[in-house]
Write a protein that binds this ligand. Sequence first.
Ligand SMILES: [Zn+2]
Length: 387
Amino acid sequence: MGKAVRVFLFSDALGWEIVNRYHFMESELAFRYPVRTQFGYSSTAVPTILSGEPPTEHGHFSFFFLDRNGRSPFKVFRYCHFLLHPAWFFNNHRIRRRIGNFLKLIFGFTGYFNLYKVPYSRLALFDYCEKNDIFAPGGLGRVANLHDMLEKTGLKYNISDWRRGDEYNLDEAERLLNSGETEFMFVYTAGLDGMLHFHVGDPDFVAVELDRFAGRVRALMKAAAANYEDWALTVISDHGMTPLAGAVDLRSRVEALGLKFGRDYAASYDSTMLRVWILKPECRRALMDSMNGAPGHWLTAREKSDFQVDFPDGKYGDEIFLLDAGIQLVPGDMGDKPIPGMHGYSPLDKDSEASLLASSPPPMIPSGIAGFFTLMKLTAAELVEHK
Ligand SMILES: [Zn+2]
């Protein structure tokens, strides 16, 4: 074959339900498959795609986890959190963002970092999983990532910068395709995720935004066709978006027990799940019973193993209470109010499903998003073979 390129365009939250409902690029991307998401958020789905490994292997799940080894970078908050008053000022989202950026700088974090709404008074008890840039060489520690894999192939490749906006990354991709030099591209976009969180319930708005995105994808295809004899473009996503169906305050239920945080138990209140560490075994029953009647369920050992989050040391929680699809946990560590759309529900729920949309038949069809890594590896190997 002649000059060849393979483009993988990652689109955060472009789920299977959405692509079907809006007939997203049905004629141009005719090879279309639902792909099971990784249970959790992008904080675990993206490392899963980048490595082909499950969370129990790459170690990333939700951003915050209980610091059982005394390695928390936030230890200083044990002594200084009471200085961060008045709360109305220090909990203002702009101020929190500034404090988060300052911490990122002084701790030398290169990954995505956000304090979200985790109370300052509890921060010292937690550690954070994405301290390093997971896209960078060796960014997933002992597990090889996309960069490590591509580096070994000798191909001319490009992985776009996740810190940049979609416009920048799509412009760059188009420019690289027009220069005709690059052989393998991973284009990162997250704009649709941000849009769908707030507009998933507004079909007209979504249709316009998807059309705009499709226009950019078509431009990439055109540039590839004009500059390469052999090209293929594949759109992949990490999860879908579930419309808001209700909200529940699980934190008040736990706090009504009168147990002491950090002594009896610890908890992370994510958007769709409560993760609990049981520090005193005699508190287990009360903690678990406090969810009775709430719209969700405690994950069974079988589910944790099936979802590949059965961390042997309970790193991300000894028990996980997962809300029913569409129900949001508020107020919590991620936000105070419900928003129109959220992800992070059961991977078996239809709105959670990710998608694979390709311009030509893919060499394999992954069953779960970890398989996207295998697909990219296979594609890269084929390129090398045919050179
Ligand atoms: Zn999101």
